[in-house]
Design a protein around this ligand. Structure first.
Ligand SMILES: [Zn+2]
Length: 154
């Protein structure tokens, strides 16, 4: 896949390297100015969480992602130092379509409200180790649900 949007190829490379597990990470930058975007990978701790507590975390890294909180703190510090914001959270769906799953909704909501109302959520479909396509989703404040962004710029 070829995309003109900066950073997408880095995200796709991560998704293919992580296959058959889910890749996850964030993009920090100045909202609306893709030239400032920096892609930062996060470790997916789903396997570790599942081993520690399989009742609470029934899914492993093939069907779930849990971004390493240490990575997120480090990236937050970097963003603060550079005057950047979290603009995208991305993850991949190995051998599944790119849709916003029930689990993805749960991770993005707190008490029915979006944790980050302006965030773009990128979901990348990877099949047989190759990225096929992605979709972007964002909170729709009127419909009160996550909706696909057909022509997202971030
Ligand atoms: Zn997902």
């Amino acid at each position: 896949m070829i995309h003109t949007q900066p950073g997408l190829n880095e995200i796709f490379a991560h998704a293919e390297e992580a296959y058959p597990e889910e890749a996850c990470g964030v993009v920090i930058g100045k909202p609306g100015d893709p030239s400032t975007n920096i892609i930062r990978r996060c470790a997916n701790l789903a396997n570790q969480y599942q081993q520690d507590d399989p009742i609470r975390y029934p899914r492993d890294a093939r069907t779930a992602y849990i971004m390493d909180p240490k990575d997120l703190l480090r990236i937050q510090s970097e963003a603060d130092a550079k005057g950047l914001e979290f603009v995208v959270i991305y993850h991949s769906h190995p051998d599944h379509e790119a849709y916003f799953s029930e689990t993805d909704r749960d991770l993005a909501l707190f008490d029915g409200e979006p944790l980050w109302p302006q965030m773009h959520y990128l979901v990348v479909s990877v099949k047989n180790g190759k990225v096929l396509y992605f979709k972007a989703f964002r909170w729709d404040a009127i419909k009160k649900e996550f909706a696909e962004e057909p022509s997202a710029v971030f």
